[in-house]
Write a protein that binds this ligand. Structure first.
Ligand code: PMP
Ligand code: GLN
Length: 414
């Protein structure tokens, strides 16, 4: 194998998704809805595929199907208060995954440092490594004490001085993820301002992963760091139709930013993937066209989705509390994390002494209780895993019947 892939062979999704299927468990593990996308986008996909326009089955423009980049430019132009060139400032990718990958490949050079906020969506670290970069980690720390522990994802915060100390002459970029996976934290304006000021001061890029941008609860607000003063010029904003329209398998994502930066992502993309499926792009474009007409109104899917998911979150939180478990209540996104340290479950002897407690707990939960979750230390760098091995992550973006089955398992076990 090439040296650039050494050390990145393990993957949490491969390991736990396979296990969840093998034990036919109630699956609150991998983050995807087990209900259908809204009718209007399903209908759009079906119309596109069965319609008369034979070009829908052929190649389209490499950097994004024209109808999709045009509607994205219009929508994000409004959200960012910034005029966006559909053909220069946008790249449509195979999911947000490819947007992240092209960003790191295009912008991070051998020896560059990239600041990553821990915990983090697991692929950032291997992607930076494959680009030849060096990851510098900075933690979100829970506030509170053992008798008054942090109860909300908002109470997990960066220490501004610690963050500032991570910026060096070699820092190329910082990766931000809001709403956050796995914590569900929605960064506040003041918190984003601290990051933005450091980026401007040190001329550092911000790669802002906002795939859960529409899923925000309790009156919290999703703020785009690219809309803060000076930040459009040095931010790549990443989004996902998978999360926006509850269609993760369509694998349509995008990166948006000034052409000066975006053109480098386009270079990686044209020489690797070339473009994502035409029909899926056209269907997403039609979905956004419909949404743009009703934005902010009760009939809008993007208005309904966070409300539906907030109820699912509440349901799972109540259930966990009723059996004495301590969830960190998320302000947005697909997930919550729950403390397992107080449960004192006697686990079988580990086959591998190095395996963190939460991995062993999550495997035990699948095998003996039939419920799949994800160990939170998977969202930490190898060096820090042992220190953060007392939480598991649960996905609540599931049919009520799935949540009911999970409730049954949790209640019977206690
Ligand atoms: N970023 C985050 C934070 C995610 O949770 C995910 C996975 N859903 C992605 C990026 C990848 O998104 P996509 O499915 O569009 O590739
Ligand atoms: N983003 C999803 C999650 O966090 C899954 C990603 C994947 O399956 N590779 O669960």
């Amino acid at each position: 194998p090439a040296r650039r892939i050494l050390g990145v062979e393990k993957n949490i999704w491969l390991e736990f998704t396979e296990m969840a299927a093998k034990y036919k468990s109630v699956d609150l593990g991998q983050g995807f809805p087990n209900f259908s996308p809204p009718d209007f986008v399903r209908q759009a996909f079906s119309d596109v595929v069965s319609g008369e326009d034979c070009l829908m089955h052929q190649y389209t423009r490499a950097f994004g199907h024209p109808t999709l980049v045009k509607i994205l430019a219009k929508l994000y132009g409004q959200l960012l208060g910034q005029s966006i060139d559909p053909f220069g400032d946008i790249l449509v990718t195979v999911g947000a995954y490819e947007a992240l990958f092209t960003a790191f490949q295009a912008l991070v050079d051998e020896g560059d440092e990239v600041i990553i906020i821990e915990p983090f969506f697991d692929c950032y670290e291997p992607m930076v490594k494959m680009a030849g970069g060096h990851c510098v980690f900075v933690p979100l720390r829970p506030k509170g004490t053992p008798d008054k522990p942090a109860l909300s994802s908002g109470e997990w915060a960066l220490d501004p001085d610690e963050l500032a100390s991570k910026f060096t002459e070699r820092t190329k970029a910082i990766v931000l993820n809001t709403p956050h996976n796995p914590l569900g934290k929605v960064f506040k304006r003041e918190e984003l301002q601290v990051i933005a000021e450091l980026c401007v001061k040190h001329d550092v890029l911000c790669i802002s992963d906002e795939v859960y941008e529409w899923i925000v609860f309790d009156g919290n607000e999703h703020i785009k760091i690219a809309s803060l003063p000076g930040m459009w010029a040095q931010t790549v904003t990443i989004g996902s139709a998978g999360k926006t329209f509850s269609a993760t398998g369509w694998k349509v994502g995008w990166a948006i930013g000034p052409h000066r930066i975006l053109k480098h992502l386009q270079t990686v993309h044209q020489n690797s993937v070339y473009h994502t499926a035409t029909a899926a792009q056209e269907a997403v474009a039609r979905g956004f066209q419909r949404e743009l007409d009703v934005l902010g109104r009760p009939e809008s899917y993007l208005f309904q989705l966070p409300r539906q998911l907030q109820e699912k979150r509440n349901r799972l939180v109540e259930c966990l509390l009723s059996v004495g478990m301590r969830p960190i209540i998320p302000e947005g996104g697909y997930f919550l994390i729950v403390d397992i340290s107080a449960l004192n479950v006697e686990l079988p002897e580990p086959a591998d002494e190095e395996e963190p407690y939460d991995y062993r707990f999550a495997k035990w939960l699948i095998k003996t209780k039939g419920m799949a979750t994800i160990p939170v230390s998977a969202f930490y760098s190898l060096g820090h895993r042992k220190d953060f091995a007392s939480y598991i992550r649960l996905c609540y973006v599931k049919e009520d019947s799935t949540l009911e089955a999970a409730e049954k398992i949790l209640k019977e076990w206690h």
